[in-house]
Ligand binder design. Sequence first.
Ligand code: ZN
Length: 135
Amino acid sequence: MIGVVQRVVLGFRRRAALDAWAAVVAGLDAHEREQLAGVRFVVADWPGREDYARGFHGGFGYFFGVQAGADGGTALPDDPCGEVRIFVGTIEPFARATLDLVIRHELAHAFGASEADCDLAGLGPAAFAEVAARC
Ligand SMILES: [Zn+2]
C-alpha cells in the first residue's frame, strides 16, 4: 500500500519518463525510428510477476522482444516487435539524465546491442555511476 505522496511522486515520474522517451525517439534518425515502429514503451512503477517471469532480474528496466538484426530473441509469438519497459520507482537518483540513460540503454538492446556493446557505447555501469555522481 502506498501513500498519497508516493502516488503523486510516481505520477510525476511516469510523466517525466514519457517526455524523456519522446525526446530520445525524436533524436533518432528516420531509419532508427522505422526499426522502432513496433516497439512499445511501457512505464510501470515497480516490476511485477510478469516481469520476473520474462527473466527480469533487477535494474531500472529491460527490453523484451526480438532485437533488430538478431536471429533469435525472447518475443512472445503474438508480440513480434517487443517492448521497452522501465520502472520509475526503481530509478535512483531520479533525474532526467538518469532517465535518458535508462531509455538509451534499453533502446540499444532493441537495436541489437549486448551489455558489452552498451558499455562500449557509454551506456553501461560506468555511465550510470557517472550520472549518479552528478545528481
Ligand atoms: Zn542492459
